[in-house]
Design a protein around this ligand. Structure first.
Ligand SMILES: Nc1ncnc2c1ncn2[C@@H]1O[C@H](COP(=O)(O)OP(=O)(O)OP(=O)(O)O)[C@@H](O)[C@H]1O
Ligand SMILES: [Mg+2]
Length: 252
């Protein structure tokens, strides 16, 4: 059965697109077939993260009736399929919930997971992707502004009947002023799916236009994404220790 999961945040810039490209890579490494959908039609950037910004046929072409869905599906070397959105202003348009449901309906059965990268904020565009999915993963940073928006997102998801799978706390630096995992859980009243540390390997991998899980599989961020992916599919994954990663890098 295909699981349709939208990754959204409330607050923009907290790491949705980074997480989507890496969750897709991680699930693929667990032998799951994945389609990553750029649900951010106004400021599409999943393709940019994946090193192919200019796909010839995109989701906008499909929604406009100018192309068939199959022609907008691309296999990425990281092991999953991408349904990209167009980055050009010429094709600027939104997709409403019904249009997205229609697209998902056609994809269902052909893969284990459809992972949707939502637009920033609690805009109509972002909320369409939340409403059209069966499940939601909320991304936040361990800070009050991001958490407040995540709380609103959780309430809206409940209204739409989208099952809130849990929260991923990204860019954790372990500082005293940050919310602890326990405090995040209490504040949002959502289960914690996992945390991802602040990690320079993420920026380096984006510069190389590859998901960090493929580019630096041993990095702390990659290890934590792997463990979140394992949790989603009900498998065990023990992150390798930071020490062995540093030792390996040093020996390299
Ligand atoms: N764990 C991390 N460690 C270090 N940097 C990170 C981490 N996660 C994300 N970033 C950085 O944060 C920036 C924003 O990430 P991203 O584009 O994924 O956010 P977003 O939520 O998709 O943004 P938007 O709301 O605009 O779509 C990126 O430049 C990325 O390098
Ligand atoms: Mg994004």
């Amino acid at each position: 059965m295909t699981r349709i999961i939208t990754v959204a945040s409330g607050k923009g810039g907290v790491g949705k697109t980074t997480f989507v490209s890496n969750l897709a890579t991680a699930l693929a490494s667990f032998k799951k077939s994945v389609i990553a959908v750029d649900g951010n039609l106004t400021t599409a950037n999943l393709g940019i993260h994946l090193g192919i910004p200019l796909y010839p046929v995109t989701l906008q072409d499909v929604l406009n009736g100018d192309a068939r869905l199959n022609d907008a599906l691309y296999y990425h070397p990281a092991g999953f399929t991408v349904l990209p959105a167009d980055i050009s202003l010429k094709k600027l348009r939104l997709a409403d919930t019904h249009e997205l449901v229609d697209v998902f309906y056609k994809l269902v059965g052909g893969c284990d997971f459809i992972i949707v990268d939502a637009a920033a904020g609690l805009s109509k565009e972002a909320l369409s992707a939340v409403e059209a999915a069966d499940e939601l993963i909320t991304i936040t940073n361990p800070e009050l502004p991001a958490l407040t928006d995540a709380l609103k997102l959780g309430n809206l998801a409940e209204k739409y009947g989208t099952h809130n799978l849990g929260v991923v706390v990204n860019r954790v630096r372990g500082k005293d002023h940050e919310f602890s995992m326990e405090a995040v859980e209490n504040f949002l009243e959502m289960p914690i799916l996992g945390k991802i540390p602040e990690d320079d390997a993420v920026g380096r991998s984006i510069a190389k236009k590859r998901p960090v899980v493929a580019h630096s599989p041993g990095s702390p961020a990659s290890q934590h994404v792997m463990s979140i992916a394992a949790r989603i599919i009900g498998e065990d994954y023990k992150p390798k220790s930071n020490l062995s990663y540093r030792l390996f890098n040093w020996l390299k």
